[in-house]
Design a protein around this ligand. Structure first.
Ligand code: C5P
Length: 222
């Protein structure tokens, strides 16, 4: 079977990474979490006390930054300059700053270049906000996942509780809405459904059902 590229985009906490991981595992493909790359840069910029609005300082920082996504048995590890930041990049501080870092055109240009390189060999499932529109416009399968903000906040809330993190449903909902707003309104490659993407509303179907739908689409074009 021909190796293809699968692009999965959508708003925050729509289940993209969970579904992308399942799909990649079933096809024995690599999974690329592009959000993790923006998060890693955000973490480094916070540690270096760089203002998330300072594009020039950020691009200089990114030039000196090595971000690696390592495929583990069950999950992916994110290495920032060889240091494992898999957990640190999920902190509330990173989550609430990442959309400001990600809105700069120069940052996006460099990240897209790195992401395209990771997808060169095909056999890839990539998730993010601009994969179908900018990173992999020729992806054989493009998916746009959506769900109501209430459902997305509820899922993230349960995930947090399960991990033993403190969590407030209302705060989560506000944070998700705020992030979606910035991601959708920015000038450089905003969150947008590609014309040829298949939209799947995950509000009332299970993760496994979503993965099945995507695999069906993949098998059609292989
Ligand atoms: O997917 P995740 O929620 O981890 O992404 C974090 C943030 O990174 C998004 O809210 C968005 O601001 C940015 N991002 C982006 N383009 C991508 C992936 C993520 O702008 N392809």
């Amino acid at each position: 079977k021909a190796e293809i590229a699968i692009a999965i985009d959508g708003p925050a906490a729509a289940g993209k990474s969970t579904v992308a991981k399942i799909t990649a595992r079933k096809l024995n493909y690599i999974y690329v979490d592009t959000g993790a790359m923006y998060r890693a840069l955000t973490l480094k910029s916070l540690n270096s006390e760089i203002d998330p609005d300072n594009e020039k300082a950020l691009i200089e920082l990114l030039t000196l930054t090595d971000i690696e996504l390592i495929q583990g048995e069950n999950n992916q590890h994110v290495l920032l300059d060889e240091y494992d930041v898999t957990h640190d990049i999920r902190s509330e501080q990173v989550t609430n700053n990442v959309s400001y870092v990600a809105q700069h055109p120069l940052i996006r240009k460099e990240m897209v270049k790195r992401q395209q390189k990771l997808a060169e060999k095909r056999g890839v499932v990539m998730d993010g906000r601009d994969i179908g529109t900018h990173v992999l416009p020729n992806a054989e399968v493009k998916i746009f996942l959506i769900a109501t903000v209430e459902e997305r906040a509820r899922r993230r809330h349960e995930e947090n509780l399960k991990k033993g993190f403190s969590s407030d449903l209302d705060t989560l909902k506000k944070e998700i809405e705020q992030r979606d707003l910035i991601d959708s309104k920015r000038e450089a490659s905003p969150l947008l459904k590609a014309d040829d993407a298949i939209e799947i509303d995950t509000t009332s179907i299970t993760i496994d059902e979503v993965a099945e739908r995507i695999l069906d689409e993949a098998y059609k074009v292989m």
